[in-house]
Ligand binder design. Structure first.
Ligand SMILES: *[C@@H]1O[C@H](CO)[C@@H](O)[C@H](O)[C@H]1NC(C)=O
Ligand SMILES: *[C@@H]1O[C@H](CO)[C@@H](O)[C@H](O)[C@H]1NC(C)=O
Ligand SMILES: *[C@@H]1O[C@H](CO)[C@@H](O)[C@H](O)[C@H]1NC(C)=O
Ligand SMILES: *[C@@H]1O[C@H](CO)[C@@H](O)[C@H](O)[C@H]1NC(C)=O
Ligand SMILES: *[C@@H]1O[C@H](CO)[C@@H](O)[C@H](O)[C@H]1NC(C)=O
Length: 461
């Protein structure tokens, strides 16, 4: 980064001023002997490092993400942030780090049960905190946990001032009541998940040996400290970051990557072949069967939320395989396009790209060719083997759309009889849950149904 000083993440960084290396003992290790840390100049840096540091091997960072206007997520300063370890096993343990302890900045080792919005917001505003390591909880908390929004994809679906304003901002239907919104906050310090309970134990032992206040008085140096390093060059907003990236690649011999686009590929395939270099005849109608491929998580590459999307994309893959193997499928009057969308959590980037390509004639189909849309939402946690058929009350005000939707509902009811799964409608005036179908509806009033295991709020907590 040619201009780290302009990095907003670097300024409020408490780790930068009280340089922990200047302490009598940097002591991040379990080594009780202050000797080697006090005089690092006299011997080889590597062997000192090996004596005083214990590397953590199973961790996952929270990373920084940008959109057009904001930054969210976490980062450390360039060389990592350091602080005296303080273990927090219940909320009252926080006071020591937040106000009374004499050795700030503190690195908090937080019990996973306390990883909540309330506690993180208290830490976020306090300059005495230099970072956070969260011990994974197992089994998962029974009340559920979601760092997403109560109203996922708010503002990027179909409902707005101009289209069903009574339904915009999830009015009257909170789909994700457990959502804390933590994934959308901007934290000025690094946050890591500790995935291995044994490693958490190593840190706790060092804390107990050196850092616990004895008989009310503060512990003396040497203290046990921890350094967390997850520097992110990206800052401020996508616009800023892309400008810096292009400066780097223009003027530097070894350009440093400042930020990466969120990038992946939608996957699609059809029952009957489609000539991908031609155009499907405008009169030909097919069925688009769609689902999403991924989920978002607070910690990099640790994705408990995948549970919500895996059930549906495995089901759609199975349907595609079964259908092409079924006798008579060649003679079906309508072709079926199976589509798997990427990155839907982030403003529906997968489905909105396909809609864009269809509108720009960069796809073998046009929106007009979609005779019916069938989407699998979250389908794996059925209660009493019920699937709910969600439809859009606004487009159904049009008689012709409504009659096509009714045909679709009738076909689903018909085909579910005897299958052990019953399908039901949630009620005519309920809007669609967050779904890729909403992005298609923004461009054209297509008849469509979203199947899910939840009638209103998500079952999957
Ligand atoms: C960017 O993200 C922030 C935080 O989630 C949000 O408040 C803002 O509206 C988003 N900006 C755009 C253009 O979507
Ligand atoms: C943690 O330590 C225990 C006892 O030493 C050991 O049995 C277990 O396999 C370790 N777990 C991991 C994930 O390394
Ligand atoms: C991580 O692995 C290294 C090398 O195997 C080991 O020395 C160290 O103790 C491990 N860290 C923890 C916290 O167990
Ligand atoms: C596919 O479409 C292109 C352009 O219309 C045409 O030239 C080509 O012959 C078609 N291929 C097949 C196999 O129909
Ligand atoms: C209903 O939608 C069809 C196209 O789907 C359109 O041709 C027709 O004009 C619409 N009817 C009304 C009353 O808006």
């Amino acid at each position: 980064d040619p201009n780290p000083g302009a990095d907003p993440g670097a300024d409020p960084d408490p780790g930068a001023d009280p340089n922990p290396g200047a302490d009598p003992d940097p002591g991040p290790g379990a080594d009780p002997d202050p000797g080697p840390g006090a005089d690092p100049g006299s011997c080889s840096g590597n062997s000192v490092e090996r004596k005083i540091y214990i590397p953590l091997n199973r961790t996952a960072p929270c990373v920084r993400l940008l959109n057009a206007t904001h930054q969210i997520g976490c980062q450390s300063s360039l060389s990592g942030d350091t602080g005296v370890i303080h273990v927090v096993e219940n909320a009252t343990d926080l006071d020591w780090a937040l106000s009374t302890g004499p050795h700030p900045p503190y690195m908090i080792l937080l019990d996973g049960k306390l990883f909540s919005r309330e506690i993180l917001m208290r830490l976020k505003g306090n300059p005495r905190i230099s970072g956070l390591a969260v011990a994974a909880v197992s089994p998962a908390p029974s009340g559920g946990f979601s760092p997403g929004l109560k109203c996922p994809n708010d503002g990027f679906g179909v409902y707005s001032q101009d289209y069903g304003p009574q339904f915009s901002h999830c009015n009257g239907s909170a789909w994700n009541p457990a959502g804390s919104g933590l994934s959308y906050e901007d934290f000025p310090f690094p946050i890591f998940l500790l995935e291995d309970a044994n490693e958490t134990q190593v840190i706790k032992e060092c804390y107990r040996a050196h850092n616990v206040p004895r008989e009310g008085s503060a512990p003396q140096f040497p203290l046990c400290a921890m350094q967390l390093l997850a520097h992110m060059h990206a800052a401020a907003s996508t616009v800023t970051c892309m400008r810096r990236s292009s400066l780097q690649s223009t003027f530097s011999i070894n350009p440093e990557i400042v930020c990466d686009p969120l990038l992946d590929y939608n996957v699609w395939s059809s029952l009957h072949p489609i000539n991908s270099s031609g155009k499907v005849d405008p009169g030909q109608q097919l069925i688009l069967a769609a689902t999403r491929l991924d989920s978002h998580s607070f910690f990099w590459n640790v994705a408990p939320g995948a549970e919500a999307s895996v059930g549906s994309f495995v089901a759609l893959l199975a349907a595609a395989e079964a259908l092409q193997a079924a006798p008579g499928s060649r003679r079906l009057p309508r072709n079926v396009l199976f589509a798997f969308f990427q990155g839907e959590t982030f403003d529906y980037i997968g489905s909105s790209r396909m809609v864009f390509d269809m509108e720009q004639e960069k796809f073998p189909l046009r929106l007009e060719n979609i005779g019916a849309f069938l989407e699998l939402g979250q389908v794996s946690l059925r209660q009493d083997s019920v699937l709910w058929m969600h439809t859009d009350p606004v487009s159904r005000q049009n008689r012709s759309v409504d009659s096509q939707v009714r045909d679709l509902l009738a076909a689903l009811v018909n085909s579910s009889s005897g299958s052990g799964v019953s399908v039901r409608e949630p009620g005519f005036s309920q809007p669609l849950p967050p779904s890729s179908f909403q992005r298609f509806l923004r461009s054209r009033r297509l008849p469509g149904v979203v199947l899910s295991d939840h009638r209103a709020a998500f079952q999957n907590k």
